[in-house]
Design a protein. Sequence first.
Length: 256
Amino acid sequence: MTPNEHSEQVRHFDSDRYLASLLADPSDQKKLHLLYSANLEIAKSAWTSPEPMISEIRLQWWRNNLIPSAEQKESSTHIVKDLVTLFESNSIPLSLIHEMVDARSWDLLSKPFTSQDDQIRYIDNTYGNLYWAGALLLGVDHNMESLVRQYAFGAGMASFLSAVKKLESLGKRPLIKSSNESIKELGKIGIKSFDEGIKGLSSQKRIFPVLLSAWTTKALLNQVIKNPSVVKSGSLTVKNTAKKWGFLWRSTLGFL
């Protein structure tokens, strides 16, 4: 895939991240679009087939090929080569992507997380790693990792809860406990983490092209806390008009 194809894929399938990324310099946009395109491909690998073994083979392909550029074969695909080169040139550990791939193995299963810690780890390894890699590409200080992950966890929880109904329709069991009180507690955990992240990152304008992709998080989590039944009914969402104005407002005034 070419850089333009990466951008088009992200624009079509990950519009929130695409819109936020447009606030970055053109050269940084290309970096983010390559990262986000790879994330889409990895996530898609877990849903390639209703047969878990086939999807696991796809995930294993990513594990086998996400290796240092000096060890790669000529047959490696461009997206893998380009992603590894991008990470190496920015001193970003490939372990971030490997953890994202490993986390996707849960997507193949039809059983709940064994504990809340496992659920938290899944969200952190998918959302936390993605946001942190994006922030590193934009030159964030390494001491910001905990704050970026707190912010990303809130965003990830909102996205996870938004997907519960669809996951259940596919035979998955995303919730350890499905009572309204348990769902409300997840919303509270998510928004507390998100707010802590905002407190420490509100002055980090350099990485807003990554962070602003989560501009609907508080609206979603507040809905969960107010009326947790929206999660099980699949009606947890933010209207398009509110989304557009919310993003425009934040991007123009420069706050999270």
